[in-house]
Design a protein around this ligand. Structure first.
Ligand code: ADP
Ligand code: GLC
Length: 494
């Protein structure tokens, strides 16, 4: 075991393509926003480098790079802003790359220059530190968008000793997104063909930024323990299981935390009433407001349980299981109302819209992205459904637990790690889990949850058990510090 007390103040350079409050398409943005603050609270100095997407305002210029600062690089500036908690944010201001309506793609597909956009993120984060004469104890990169960070550090920053010796940590938030591009782009990334090997960036005769992150880092983390095991299997490894098994000694699962200030039912400004484990009465007022907000108010609605969903509507999230339950007519048979928020694949958006049109008193669907409605659903629903095919960590089930909204989840990844199955005999537990990836298993577990809902005192116990669970960042941030210590030890040996 490493002695944590021996870790002094670390200088952490974090490179991440999303960070709340500046940008977010999913949980990565939540993590990019909250993990730096949690590390700062432990006394470490954190600098976050992220693109300046459309709408990000402010910051002071700390560096400017002319076009061609290195092979193929565009002109860009680096703007900096320090948050009240001491975390320093650096925004890459390169309008040609980042000033767009979306982060990664349009409905027509991925931006064709994503390899250049995210090579710049990786390279510029390092080159900016070099230019400003800064070092780092650890450089922490996330997902394929930052996957080239360890490659550039090892290949291009060697002359800058304060940075070259940094420990390299890479976090996988979702193995399904691998940053795969044609091999022909390699020279445009200012990388040599020597790297086009099995042990390097080569992936089925193409290149993968995710593989670069995995192969060139000292420590690899992923966002739950269960997912760390799953991704080493052929079923859930997305072609990376062999690569990850080879690096199993360097791979660790660290569950995400949740931002307990932004997601606090006792102080949430986006809710019309507040509540806590000590006094749940406000939750009823939130339910009433939610019903009115989404147009489900009417006779009988109040007593009927609300099943909430806030989700990207993609296969990962189990939408095909729901489609199966819709097609068999069984979803509509449940004695419950659905309040659904999300965007994604057109066929799933159409499926929900169709249900809402056919059964307007039972199904309410908002296709779109709304922070406010997400909080209302977490606060006002009775149950929260996450039937994911796979789920590296998942944040919504943890928000649900905190808001007394009992999760019904598939037992996979972080869902399995964070939800404790309600025992049919004792009623102990925090939620409901099903294992087989089938519509029937999902429906069966939903029916079981609804039977428990019909027993108010027992239900209250389940709610309270979840609300008292500690999923804050604190323990997770400490686990990252431990991973950083391991990475530093490994980098010293490289
Ligand atoms: P993933 O990152 O795979 O989408 P997570 O559960 O880790 O899944 O995180 C999803 C995050 O995005 C949560 O904070 C969730 O509330 C938010 N979210 C997803 N869809 C929407 C939406 N349509 N409107 C508002 N928030 C959303
Ligand atoms: C990914 C995963 C999700 C995880 C999030 C943050 O988007 O799909 O499960 O919670 O990253 O780590």
């Amino acid at each position: 075991m490493l002695d944590l007390t021996a870790v002094d103040t670390l200088d952490i350079l974090m490179v991440v393509s999303e960070a709340v409050p500046y940008s977010k398409t999913g949980g990565l943005g939540d993590v990019g926003g909250a993990l730096p603050g949690a590390l700062a609270r432990l006394g470490h100095r954190v600098t976050v480098v992220t693109p300046r997407y459309r709408g990000v305002e402010g910051g002071d210029e700390v560096a400017a790079f002319p076009r061609g600062a290195w092979l193929g690089s565009p002109e860009f500036r680096v703007l900096e802003r320090t948050h009240a908690d001491g975390v320093r944010f650096r925004f890459l201001d390169c309008p040609a790359y980042y000033d767009r309506d979306e982060l990664y793609s349009t409905p027509k597909g991925d931006f064709p220059d994503n390899h250049l956009r995210f090579a710049l993120l990786a390279r510029a984060a390092l080159e900016c530190a070099v230019k400003l004469g800064e070092g780092a104890s650890v450089v922490h990169a996330h997902d394929w968008q930052s996957g080239l960070v360890p490659v550039y550090l090892r290949e291009r920053c060697l002359r800058h000793a304060p940075l070259a010796g940094a420990g390299l940590v890479f976090t996988i938030h979702n193995l399904a997104y691998q940053g795969v591009f044609g091999r022909e782009v390699l020279p445009s990334l200012d990388l040599s063909w020597d790297l086009f090997t099995e042990a390097g960036l080569e992936f089925w005769n193409k290149i993968s930024f995710l593989k670069a992150g995995v192969n060139f880092s000292d420590v690899i983390t992923t966002v739950s323990r269960r997912y760390a095991q799953e991704i080493q299997t052929a079923e859930q490894g997305f072609g990376f299981d062999g690569i990850l098994r080879r690096r199993a000694d360097a791979l660790v699962g660290i569950r995400n935390g949740i931002d307990t200030a932004a997601w606090d039912p006792a102080a949430d400004p986006l809710l019309p009433a507040r509540f806590s484990a000590d006094d749940l009465t406000g939750k009823a007022a939130v339910k009433r407001a939610l019903l009115a907000r989404v147009g489900l108010a009417g006779p009988g609605q109040w007593a009927r349980p609300i099943i909430g969903m806030v989700s990207r509507m993609v296969d990962q999230k189990g939408l095909d299981l729901i489609a199966g339950a819709v097609n068999s007519g069984e979803l509509e048979q449940l004695d419950a109302s659905f309040v659904v928020l999300g965007t994604g694949a057109p066929q799933y958006e159409a499926m929900w819209r169709g249900l809402a049109a056919r059964r307007p008193t039972r199904f309410s669907v908002v296709v779109g992205f709304s922070e406010e409605l997400a909080h209302m659903i977490e606060g006002g629903a009775d149950l929260f459904l996450m039937p994911s095919r796979f789920e590296p960590c998942g944040l919504n089930q943890m928000y649900s637990l905190r808001y007394g909204t009992v999760p019904v989840v598939r037992a996979t990844g972080g869902l399995d790690d964070t939800v404790e199955q309600v025992d049919e005999r004792t009623g102990e537990g925090t939620g409901f889990k099903f294992e087989p990836y089938t519509s029937d298993a999902m429906l069966g577990e939903l029916r079981r949850a609804l039977r428990w809902f019909a027993r108010p005192a027992a239900w209250r116990r389940i709610q309270l058990a979840g609300m008292r669970q500690d999923n804050s960042w604190d323990a997770s941030a400490r686990a990252y510090v431990e991973a950083y210590a391991r990475a530093r030890a490994a980098s010293a040996a490289r």
